[in-house]
Design a protein around this ligand. Sequence first.
Ligand code: ATP
Length: 359
Amino acid sequence: MSFLKLENIGKRYGVFTAVDSLNLTIEQGEFISLLGPSGCGKTTTLQMIAGLTDPSIGQIVLDGRDITHTRPNHRGLGIVFQSYALFPHMTVAANVSFGLEMRKVPQPERDKRVQHALSLVHLDHLAHRYPRELSGGQRQRVALARALVIEPPVLLLDEPLSNLDAKLREEMQFELRQIQRKVGTTTIMVTHDQAEALSISDRVVVMEAGRITQVDAPFRMYEHPSTPFISTFVGKANVLQGQLSRSSSGATLALGDLRLVLPQHSIDPNLGNGAVQVTLRPEKLELTAADQGILSGRILEQFFLGSQWLYRLESVVGELIITRPNKGEAPLREGDQVGISWPLEMMRLMPAAAAGGAA
Ligand code: ATP
């Protein structure tokens, strides 16, 4: 049985629908990210789970118990807010201990659990400091320890790393995942950072305009985005307009003047003839000698990304971006003529009608 179930959960503010009949089941111990552009309803969904926002419709079931209208403090969930929300007049230890005091946990056990939570986030040595005496990263750890110390059935994280600088943020992503694996707490994190969602989560939930548009494991979502919007929101993608003609003997894709015969197994059997959107990841494209490859192209611009080069090219099917690993060789230059090739089965075809939120 699923551990946490959102059944037709929705939130309206007057005539505006912030979250629209959302269904999601989460297994015990999973790390789930709610990912989507600003205003898509991620925080509202998290707040409905936390009990901080009342759903207009639907049910929330936790471990077989309907908690839709249970007060937040009776749900016993751990929450970490973007702002950390620490008590400024309390030490680190007192902040972490607070939830246990509220639950009337006896002092000796309280001390033991606070000590354990602080060592989990590597802050044992700062137990007597005040929040104002901590760095942003350390405050974030206190907030995490405070949420975990009550041993909640579910940990809710609202953009917990967004106030940290890029380097620290990346370190904390790994650490957060390690801690979550160690304690095994079912975790739901709101983020608008696709790289963060892909690197930490067991499954990613993409939301657009109050609805879920895809739920998948990170690799699956990256390789098989269900809409052109997701293909450009989760990673980079070339999005091309094409025409598909299927027959019993095969499938032909027209991209402008280019005709490609596609392997049948690489196309969704439900996809019919007509206008399609084709997405192709930049790292799936290969550069060849100018007179070889599927297409010829000309380098318009190059960008150095450290571990990769990103090239912008013009071709008969339109502009394309290609990434190549940086192996220390001299990069291609603006104006260079190249050939472009790719494994045909790496193209993802979707009906043009699915282009709703295409970026
Ligand atoms: P962000 O990444 O910017 O935080 P989000 O995906 O978390 O965005 P929500 O905060 O859930 O988005 O908001 C979803 C929609 O609901 C937004 O259009 C927002 O303006 C609207 N909304 C949120 N709270 C209220 C409210 N109390 N009254 C009216 N509209 C609201």
